[in-house]
Design a protein around this ligand. Structure first.
Ligand code: SAM
Length: 230
């Protein structure tokens, strides 16, 4: 395995059990709904993962498009949402099926650390094309440079304690340490951004951006940005 796309397309123990998946999904769902202006908005969730909240989220917007780079995830989502006309599932290679000025809101949670700088810039231009004027882009879980991994571990363990999957999370952390995750993190690395640099990158691509006070999910050591297409 030599890419993060392959890693997310395969089996992994990042979400340690069903309780973890559900608690994570509930938290992300609540974080997303804060950004929904009304039920007429068109929403894209980019790098959506399993998005267990999708069925509920579709009732809070006019239409919901879920996009991921993992063929396995896309297939799972498609079979889960068969017949649900307000949800569309796309693989990233379908990007040219999306018309200009389509979305009021694009959500990207915990994705840009897995893309290199030039991929991130290309994706931001893609978002610029498909967002309506004044449409919003919410990018969460951006990792700052020199971020100690211990902070992520402590945050996960606190979340696990509150949601009653502490033992499973300890086992999951152990498995992840000896998995492809560690190998890829050492060899490919992750992308880190200082808030000011990330805001600058957004501004240079036609967004008015600012840092939010609260990140998505349980890890408040990472950053969330709100950007508006101008
Ligand atoms: C940490 S998970 C986050 C999933 C989801 N956003 C959430 O908050 O639960 C990262 C997701 O990004 C997807 N991903 C990785 N590289 C991507 C890329 N280049 N384009 C789109 N999605 C990507 C992975 O397949 C995976 O589903």
């Amino acid at each position: 395995m030599n890419s993060w796309v392959d890693f997310w397309n395969g089996e992994h123990s990042i979400y340690v059990n069903e309780k973890h998946k559900l608690a994570h999904s509930r938290k992300v769902f609540n974080d997303i709904t804060k950004w929904l202006s009304d039920e007429t908005c068109s929403v894209m969730d980019y790098g959506c993962g399993e998005a267990l909240y999708a069925e509920e989220l579709q009732h809070h917007c006019k239409n919901l498009v879920l996009v991921d780079s993992s063929e396995n995830i896309v297939e799972k989502l498609r079979s889960r949402t068969v017949g649900q006309t307000s949800v569309q599932i796309l693989h990233i290679s379908d990007y040219n099926k999306i018309k200009d000025d389509t979305f009021d809101l694009i959500i990207v949670n915990s994705v840009f650390q897995y893309l290199n700088g030039s991929e991130t810039k290309d994706v931001l231009l893609f978002f610029k094309r498909i967002l309506k004027k004044n449409g919003k882009l919410v990018i969460a879980d951006i990792i700052p440079p020199n971020h100690p991994i211990l902070k992520d571990v402590i945050s996960l363990l606190k979340f696990a304690l509150i949601n009653r999957f502490l033992l499973a999370s300890l086992i999951g952390l152990f498995k992840t340490y000896f998995s492809e995750y560690t190998h890829l993190r050492k060899n490919l690395g992750l992308s880190f951004y200082a808030p000011q640099n990330f805001i600058e990158m957004l501004s240079n691509r036609g967004f008015r951006a600012r840092l939010e006070s609260e990140n998505f999910g349980h890890n408040q050591n990472r950053f969330c940005f709100i950007a508006e297409k101008i």
